[in-house]
Design a protein around this ligand. Sequence first.
Ligand SMILES: Cc1ncc(COP(=O)(O)O)c(C=O)c1O
Length: 392
Amino acid sequence: MRWPAKRITESSKKSFGMYEKAMPLMARGVDLIHLEVGRPNFDTPQHIKEATKKALDDGIVHYGDFRGELKFRQALAAKLNHSNGIGVDSDEVLVVNGLTHGVYTACMAGLNPGDEAILLEPYYPQHVNKIELAGARVVAVPLDKERGFRIDAAAIERAVTPNTRMIVLVNPANPTGRVFSRTELEQLAAVAIEHDLLVLSDEVYEQIVFDDNRHISIASLPGMRQRTITMFAFTKAYAMDGWRMGYIAAPRDFMPALLKITMNDVAHVNVFIQEGGYAAVTQSQDCIAAMVAEDQRRRDLAVRRLNAMPLVRCAVPEGSIYTFPDISATGQNSADIADEILQRCRVVVETSTFYGANSTDNLRICFGAEPYERIEEAMNRLEQYFIDKASA
Ligand SMILES: Cc1ncc(COP(=O)(O)O)c(C=O)c1O
């Protein structure tokens, strides 16, 4: 029987990147250093676990509010107001199963078949699938590579057609590690307002910001709150990737459409993990500071070591858990380099082509996924690889 493979295109098929290539080696028991998957290398803080265990013991096990528990949404609305400058109340917050589910919900609710959604390349590839499942088309617009992957508002404006409905922003950015400045966000906002476009803002790395950089939510800029759907998750900052919990902040008018999707695909998020989320947002945030400090130590190690290698140039990431070193001096496509590194070094790094077909010059290296010592070992192996390549 012919399987009705709905809206599966070439771009939606390649969902697992270098991890997929590493799988046969993993199955043979080869010890690989994984710098490709963006999984936090910390345990979930104890007070969050305790609150969740207590919720189970207290019998919080039954159906809940479809939008998320009221006290949780109220706490999230307070956080959105004071930390993000997004003036929402609890009715404009929707609890979802992680940022993945948030983006799926927003795409299904916000895009019609035939619409176009602009992604800034290099982009987070999992967003492609959701846009295509909604029947819309991805239009990739390059970030300004020569200026450190800045937002290029003029290029975005040139890509706008009568079918354009949405611009997808990831800030702090994956894979580049940029934290977009107020000026860049204002320029993007001006295009969105001028052409009456929705902005879907993925802010999963909002708390992982280094040095004196500051994360700004685009929905806090004048004229943007009413056209922005902002996505957050507990995934990265609280090391809760397996819990599957996040939230959407959106204008009141969008809520019925968003809720129509979530009520039908998951009904609502697991009630007792929401108690863990409530503890996360209402109790001390010191746990985040401790994890970010360790991420920064690993970032500094990776950047220092990469920049000392021949054929490699590495900008300092301002946020996220990724470096995006330029390896164009090798004269080879990044996909070939990532393959060679896997085979020769037993280190898994991601090729930049995973983040858009035109991005051939970089590797994405996650410094947040392995302990410091393993990153050091990976850097030793990469150094030898690039020394050999330079002298070949
Ligand atoms: C930019 C970006 N968005 C979304 C996600 C997925 O987040 P979640 O696990 O909360 O679904 C990731 C995970 O790596 C990411 O990097």
